[in-house]
Ligand binder design. Sequence first.
Ligand code: MN
Length: 424
Amino acid sequence: MGTSPDIALVARNQAEQLGAFLHDAGRKAPEKIRVWDETLRDGEQSPGVCFTAEDKLDIAKLLDGMGVAVIDAGFPMVSEEERRAITAIAREGLSAAVGATVRAVPADIDAALRCEVREVHMFLPTSGLHLRHKLGISAEDAISRAVAAVEHAKRHGLVVDFIAEDATRTPMEYLLRFYRAVIDAGADRVMLTDTVGVMSPEAMFRFSRMVMDALGKKAEFAVHCHNDFGLAVANTLAAVLAGATYPTVTVNGIGERAGNAAFEETVMGLEHLYGIRTGIATERLAELSLLVERRSGMFNQPHKPVVGFNAFRHESGIHVDGVLQHTGTYEPIQPEEVGCCRSFVLGKHSGRSLVTALLASRALTASEEQVRAIAEDVKLTKERSPRERIHRTAHERDAYHREVLGFPEEQFWQLVQRHLGNAA
Ligand code: MN
């Protein structure tokens, strides 16, 4: 599998296109990148998701076992349970660097220190929109606040990743001044952050290259992209091509609004399309995806790339026939690479190949005419299948989203009454 001369030729053609692009852009793809997982922080910020300390530890252990380099364990200021979870992960002795997310204020950094992490993911917005309307501070105040916070963290021996929130909507001149200030203050890594997912891959490539060319080798670069236009993975890959070595991802792409760059898609894209080693045990991607689905309560769409229920299922007669002869015909990723299984599905688009293969699996033989008749019956059966189950599931799903991925309104007003008494 994957070894046929045709497949090797396709891979060579892809590599040639990419090589020509990088040559034109005056860039070399990084040889090695380090995966930074944000599932336990940004992923948990998906509306309605709430991991227990046990969930977080289980997920962190699997991430670590698969070769993740950096784990954001959470945001200490959120709750006592959150601090317990972060501390437990920090104490686990993982190979991955375990960090916590903090605002650029001493109280947050001190809380992270009490959770025993050695790394902080420190954020402060840089765009005028955020500084003016969210924090009400000037651009110059933001720089001094950031520098003071980095110095505070460095005095306590922490590795500091500085996240310039909303960086992609920040004027370049100011952004570079901001990055330089935090790097000079001791930040080890800075992040190219597309907080609201407004970049295109071309813009992200150019933006990342401008920042990295201006700042040179003074720091390492991480990239963080959101999926509001469905481009989080593409934009992340573009920044990596420009030289960012720490792509941040979340398992199944969960995260605020439309989510983040999906772990499994980013890793497979880097490995397959760019030939960049990630150090990730890809054969456990399906297991990781399932664990996060079950613990987050956010279930993947069937056609989710790489790990979706349909990612390696085939119904159409033409596709089934192709895959039965050579899996490379319609499968750019082989299911075993990611711990999934291939399957064939009977349905409206079924052809004779699958019917013949199923008969053969029971050592049955049939004439061509019989096979054709069976295939026709399969189509008719599917076309006449009742719809009630779809309607019922849609209903259940809507209720599930409201009730489980939300907070019951009635319960909120009961809480209010407990605090305000009859005034409520
Ligand atoms: Mn984010």
